[in-house]
Design a protein around this ligand. Structure first.
Ligand SMILES: Nc1ncnc2c1ncn2[C@@H]1O[C@H](COP(=O)(O)OP(=O)(O)OP(=O)(O)O)[C@@H](O)[C@H]1O
Length: 205
């Protein structure tokens, strides 16, 4: 799987967030986009996910030389980000079942096994709105790691995680990303030091 950004530029009102960005992201590699607050990392990630449009340029998605149309790319990727909402009125079990209708769990994991991996087994019948922020973050990451998609996009992956949660994140990265395309947005070196390539978005101003 490959994501190719060609001459990508994004402007909000009169402000150019980035300009003429040319990048190639290939599996099975891992990439991190770094830059200070407000530099455009999340904006770029949303464009790479096909959920936001660039002002100029384009994003191409390729699988074994075949181009995948942007409207179908959601089938091939998982994304976990602070601005993506979970369905708060569902219990954990309801939410996982619902999610699996669209993106089945990889390796034929059972729902019970999956909830235990996220260390949320005891919260099976708890409503998501009663989850702590760290529990919600483990759930978002778990859904991204264990969907059988070729691409994983993570924005600020350890936000709200305690030290144990951060250790868990590193273990799950090790287990789940070796044969996939991983793109992270981060400002924290410990979140991305394992990545193959670090891209500084400020070089595209
Ligand atoms: N929908 C929008 N309308 C107008 N401006 C926006 C919009 N979304 C983002 N911006 C602006 O674009 C810039 C880049 O925002 P973005 O969230 O991509 O940065 P970031 O690097 O991810 O920041 P952070 O590290 O704080 O998460 C900011 O100045 C932000 O205010």
């Amino acid at each position: 799987m490959e994501i190719i950004a060609e001459n990508l530029s994004k402007k909000f009102q009169r402000d150019w967030i980035f300009r003429n960005l040319n990048l190639r992201f290939q599996s099975p590699h891992s990439y991190t986009v770094v830059g200070p607050n407000g530099s455009g990392k999340s904006t770029l990630l949303q464009i790479l996910a096909g959920v936001a449009a660039p002002t100029n340029g384009e994003v191409l998605f390729k699988q074994q030389q075949q181009t995948i149309a942007v409207e179908y790319i959601y089938r091939h990727l998982s994304i976990a980000a602070p601005y993506l909402e979970l369905i708060e009125e569902f219990t954990l079990l309801e939410l996982v079942k619902f999610h699996c209708k669209f993106k089945p769990l990889k390796n034929e994991l059972s729902l019970e096994e999956f909830m235990d991996i996220m260390k949320l087994g005891r919260a099976k019948h708890k409503m998501i709105k009663h989850f702590s922020s760290g529990m919600k973050q483990r759930l978002k990451l778990g859904l991204a790691f264990y969907a059988g998609t070729e691409i994983i996009l993570l924005d600020e992956p350890t936000s709200n995680l305690d030290n144990q949660g951060i250790d868990w994140y590193h273990q799950e990265i090790e287990k789940n990303t070796q044969d996939r395309l991983l793109i992270l947005c981060s400002n924290q070196a410990y979140e991305y030091e394992f990545c193959d390539e670090v891209i500084d978005i400020t070089s595209f101003k």
